[in-house]
Design a protein around this ligand. Sequence first.
Ligand code: FAD
Length: 537
Amino acid sequence: MKTIGPTATVFNHSYAPDASKRPAKIPPTFRKIVIVGGGTAGWMTAMIFADAFLRKGIEIFVLESPAVGIIGVGEGSTPWLRGFFDKLGIEESEWMPECNATYKCGITFDGWSTRPGYTSYFHPFASMLDNLTMTQFVHNAQARLNGADVCALPNRFFIAARLAEKHMAPRPERTFPFDVWYGYHFDAVLLGQYLHKKAVERGVVYKPCHVEHVQLDGNGDIASIRTKEGETIAADFFVDCTGFAGLLLQKALGTPFVSFSENLFNDSAVAMPTPIGDDIPSQTISVAMKHGWKWIIPLTSRYGNGYVYSSAFCSPDEAEKELRASLGMLDDPAPARHLKMRVGRVTKHWNRNCLAVGLAQGFIEPLEATALLFIQRTAQAFVDFVEAGDVGEAAKERYNARINEHFEGTRDYIVTHYKTNSRTDTDYWRACSANGNLSDSLKELYSIWLSGHSIAQPVAEQRIGKGYPVASWYSIMAGMGCFPPRLRKPTAAEAHYDVDEIDNLLERSSMNFRPQKDVVKRIPPKAKEKSLQIYFW
Ligand SMILES: Cc1cc2nc3c(=O)[nH]c(=O)nc-3n(C[C@H](O)[C@H](O)[C@H](O)COP(=O)(O)OP(=O)(O)OC[C@H]3O[C@@H](n4cnc5c(N)ncnc54)[C@H](O)[C@@H]3O)c2cc1C
């Protein structure tokens, strides 16, 4: 294994179920669990709970209102979704075709920065292969930060960027010894239907009914819920997956909500699909618009497109017109969907005998497609606590602190996209760069960067920039071109790495991959026993 210096920490990820975590003395207060809500959050939670709890005799119900639809957006993921399916023993060749899913190498950010040479950059999912080029990337970014004219665009250093550029799926040939890190794009409605089917097959009980009232017992816990259909349903534990409505945790238990609107201005979105041809890209593209940004997500069946914007700067009509114009659909009669977003989080995700998962617990705008990861982590961490028999008040505090930290870390990374923008064309972009509502952690990270010092060590140790690895922090700061405007000739040490050589290496590696359009037609079986070890720094 190649070593890359004292700041490196190794991130070993295993997809295999962790047998050591199965002692499980389930507390007697968890015999019947009712999940309210049948969106992605409800069904992902049901699957994670089914895997952990059904065999221990715990009953799991999912209730869904026939009158209230699911949000029906949310088409991109992080690589962690792969762990979700692997842990449940579900093959890509089964779920991906049913959800019109494609592979995702990362995200290109177009037009967020106006700095020459940095008007478009790629945020990769870093892989083991990148161990060969990460040192060079960080070295060059650091040299440029200190004024040397060397290349520091992340696109030039990561295999994921090369694959995305060539519309390749990040699934290497069987003979290639390394696995790579990738996420997915999928149809959110089809994914919900697929998970529903699987959860019911595995023993979860589905009940279509509209919850009208939540009854509390004398201690203030949830005793039961009453439905419009006239039934009263009692349980030991309730999971609130009712989306932005937050019926159980927020409305019935009065759990406070902390808004992130001071840091993140976007509160609305408008979405519309467009046709996709034969060629299928393998990345999400995020294009800066006048008052926000547009996502372009390739599925096997269509493109999903949407404009996320701030209603303080732009009306829904203006946003729809701008989106349509950008898609060449100004006169097209196809309808667009308008959505409101409530950005922030609850103070306690687990409060009394209720857990909130998904939009009911909070939401950070979809710029890095992190919402499904929140769902997965919230549900899995809850299982871990219960299996450890750790369900008292102190445990809840630790649990809530952990989930809150995840929200704050993700928020800081998203805020950085806006804070570092250099556009001056609208009040929106000027307000984003002028925004001074930054966490202490973010202020420290920016101050280290601006002083020309390395952020690698404090990020690797997760003292600042929590939740994102060094590769991501360098990608965003370098990708946005946050460097001195005047550059000088590099010293021999600064110019040590030859970017053309790295280009050749990436090109040779990319020969082991095939076009996305071919791979998604016939998804290969899971890669077994390839090394996934990557540096997290
Ligand atoms: C514009 C936008 C883009 C997004 N993009 C991404 C992305 O790229 N990647 C990503 O990971 N996430 C994304 N998300 C987030 C993602 O869509 C959600 O996190 C995910 O779909 C989970 O939603 P949910 O299940 O919490 O809520 P919902 O889908 O809203 O489901 C709520 C459920 O509650 C039920 N319900 C409501 N009231 C009652 C009642 N009274 N009785 C019974 N049942 C009730 C409804 O019937 C429904 O089944 C995006 C979100 C938005 C707004």
